[in-house]
Design a protein around this ligand. Structure first.
Ligand code: NAD
Length: 245
């Protein structure tokens, strides 16, 4: 039970990697507040966790809306009394559109979800973390945090930006007990990568896509006290995909 006694708030927790992470956090003893836009998926996941004797609730929130994020944080505090771990997993892809193909509206929408969302959610929990003198932030980057190609112009920009945000959080608040790290998954079998082509898998030394549960296990470690000396870093979990790039 690596997360016994901890409370985790997960944005983007209603599918794919976020769903697997919510379940893994609960399995390790955390009380989880799952946030997402989809009420039905949220309730389904809460039920699945409860069936396994875990503790979970759902709160609907769009990460582009600060008032909805604030409500999710308020609900976590009022229901569970505290929050220890913030997981920023919501993200959208841009179908590999280059700068010419990307419209201003598409760019702004992607940045609002992938970059501004984690910023708003972090702002919403920071005061509480600082009062406690402890708190963990996990941002979900990508192999697109390191290299061009796993997305288009906006996606790659957004995932590089999230790395900078993570580092700056560690720099500004590390001495106050805040631990901020980024997980950088490679190709993982989720709704986002449906239709993933075999050519891409060929470039991965592991010769397969990752599983959401494998990424979730890394999140458990970063959320736990075992990783308290890991600070401001990006941890790749990509089957080696980036080493050959
Ligand atoms: P996914 O599509 O299942 O998960 C993305 C989640 O973000 C969904 O639950 C979606 O509802 C949520 N979301 C999107 N817009 C939102 C908004 N405005 N407000 C709240 N939630 C919103 O796909 P996934 O693969 O599990 O992606 C999870 C994270 O992992 C994303 O940040 C993604 O960029 C990252 N990632 C995924 C892969 C991969 O191969 N699957 C690789 C690298 C990084």
């Amino acid at each position: 039970m690596k997360l016994e006694g901890k409370v985790a708030l997960l944005f983007g927790g209603t599918s794919g990697i976020g769903e697997a992470t919510a379940k893994a956090f609960a399995q390790e003893g955390a009380k989880v507040m799952i946030s997402g836009r989809d009420d039905q998926d949220g309730k389904r996941i809460v039920n699945e966790i409860k069936q396994k004797k875990g503790t979970a609730m759902f709160v609907q929130a769009d990460v582009t809306k600060s008032e909805e994020i604030d409500k999710a944080v308020e609900k976590t505090l009022s229901e569970y009394g505290t929050v220890d771990v913030l997981y920023n997993g919501a993200g959208i892809h841009d179908s590999y559109a280059n700068a010419l193909e990307t419209t201003e509206t598409e760019y702004e929408k992607l940045m609002a979800v992938n970059v501004k969302g984690p910023f708003l959610a972090t702002k919403a929990v920071l005061d509480h973390f600082l009062k406690k003198g402890k708190g963990t932030i996990i941002n979900v980057g990508s192999q697109a945090t390191f290299v061009a190609g796993p997305g288009g112009s906006a996606y790659v920009t957004s995932k590089h930006a999230l790395d900078g945000f993570t580092k700056q959080l560690a720099y500004d608040f590390g001495q106050k007990g805040i631990k901020a790290n980024l997980i950088a998954p490679g190709f993982v079998e989720t709704p986002m990568t449906e239709g993933i082509n075999e050519e891409r898998l060929d470039d991965i030394p592991a010769k397969r896509a990752g599983k959401p549960e494998e990424v979730a296990a890394l999140a458990v470690f970063l959320a736990s006290d075992e990783s308290d000396y890991i600070q401001g870093t990006s941890v790749k979990i990509d089957g080696g995909w980036t080493v050959g790039r």
